[in-house]
Ligand binder design. Sequence first.
Ligand code: 87C
Ligand code: MG
Length: 475
Amino acid sequence: MKFVSFLSVVVNGEMIEYYDISGCYILRPWAMSIWELMQVFFDAEIKKMKINNSYFPLFVSKTVLEKEKDHIEGFAPEVAWVTKSGESELDVHIAIRPTSETVMYPYFSKWIRGHRDLPLRLNQWCNVVRWEFSNPTPFIRSREFLWQEGHTAFATKAEADSEVLDILELYRRIYEEFMAVPVIKGKKSEHEKFAGGLYTTTVEAFIPNTGRGIQGATSHCLGQNFAKMFEINFENEKGEKAMVWQNSWAYTTRTIGVMIMVHGDDKGLVLPPKVASVQVIVVPVPYKTVSTETLFDACAATVKCLSEAGIRAESDLRDNYSPGWKYSQWEMKGVPLRLEIGPKDLEKEQVRAVRRDNSEKVDIEMKNLAKEVKDMLDNIQQNLFDTAKVKRDACIQVVKTWDEFMEALNQKKMIFAPWCDEEEVERDVKARTKGETGAAKTLCSPFEQPDMPEGTLCFASGKPATKWTYWGRSY
Ligand SMILES: O=C(C[C@H]1NCCC[C@H]1O)Cn1cnc2c(c1=O)CCCC2
Ligand SMILES: [Mg+2]
C-alpha cells in the first residue's frame, strides 16, 4: 500500500478522524476495537506474570523530570509543558508525561526497602505526549499515543534479564499471532538503544512497500542506572544495602499502523481475523423472487449461528445501499470474510463466502456454517502471516561490502551485514547515507546469529566483524 493511500485508507476505513491540532488524531471505534482486542490478550498475559496495573499522574514537575540530565537532554524539545492555569502563570512549570520513569521511580524508592518488597512489577495503560516535529502520521508518529508501559524492579540482574525476554516474546506474539506481521527479535545497538538503559531488546518489523524498518515494541533492561539516579535500594538477605535491577517495556498504538501498512491493498484495509471487531459481515442480495423479510430472517439466523459459535458477525441490512456498494465499503474497512445470501443461496441452503485476503469465493452449506467459517477465518489469519513473511523475506539482502550495502539500500532492502559493532562506525554509516529519504541505521542484531566465518570483515569499516546486524532506513 502506498503511503498516500495509507492516509486515505485509515480515514475511509473509519479508523481515524483528523483533528485540528497537528499530530493529534481521533481513534474511532474501528481502530479502538483493535487496540482493545490486543489489550485483552496482553493484560491477561502480564497478570499471569503477577504484574499489577496501576495509574500514575499525567503531570511531572520540571524538577523531577530533569532529575537526571542525560536521561532527558536528547528529548527535551519533545516535552510538552503546562505553564499556566487560567490567566495565572504557574511558578513551577509542569510537564505532561512523555514516559513515566521519573514519575514512578521516586515512589519505587519509597516503597522498596527490603528484599521482601521485590520484585516490584507495575504496568500502566495510558497516553503519553511527545511533541515531535517530523512528519506526523496516524498511528506511526503522533504527538499523543496510547501505550502500556511496564516498570519492574528485581533483586538480581538474572531476574531482570529473564523478564526482558518474557515480555519480548509477548510482543512477538502480538505481532505474529494477532497482527499477522512477521518480526525479528534482537538487540539494539549502543547507538540506537534507550540511552538511560543498559540494553534494549526489540521486535523489528519491515514495510516492503516503503522499504523501511520499523521498531515494533521495546523491552529494556535498565540495569541499575535509574536505581542510582533515584536511590532505589534494598537490604538484601545478607543485610547489605544493594541497588535494584530494573526493566521497562512498552508497545503502542503504532502496532495498528504497522498492521495496516503490511496487509493493506488497493481496496483498503485488510484486518487479520484475530483483531477484527467484525470478522464476518452478512449481506442480503435482494431479488424479486423472494421477500425481503425472508432474506433478512436468513441473515439474522446466520449472524446468530455464528455469534453463538464465538465468531464476531454482523449483518448489513441497510435498505438504502446496494449489495455492490456494501461489498466495497466492507472491503475498504477490511472485514476478513463476507457472506452473501440471495434467493438461490436460500434454495440450496447455502451462503456465498468471499474472502478479503485473496478474494476467493466459495459456497458453504448452512448446516456446516460455524465450523466452515471458523476454519476459513483461521486460514485467512495464517495466510496473511505467510504472505507477509514471504514478502518480508524477499526484502532481506545479505551484503559483505560497502558497495553492495549502498546498492541494497537504494533498492529498499532490509540489509543483513557483518558489522564490527563499533558505535563510531554506525555514526559514520548514518553520516554517509544521509539524504532526503533518511539515513541508514541499525535495526537490530538478531538473537539468532548465523555463523561468522573466520576473517569476515565489517562491510563498513573493514575491521573484523563480530555481529550479523540488520540495517535499513526506518520510521
Ligand atoms: O520512553 C523511553 C524508554 C522507556 N519508557 C517506558 C516504556 C519503555 C520505554 O519506552 C525512552 N524515551 C523516549 N522518548 C522520550 C523520552 C524517553 O525516555 C523522555 C522524554 C521525551 C521523549
Ligand atoms: Mg522519540
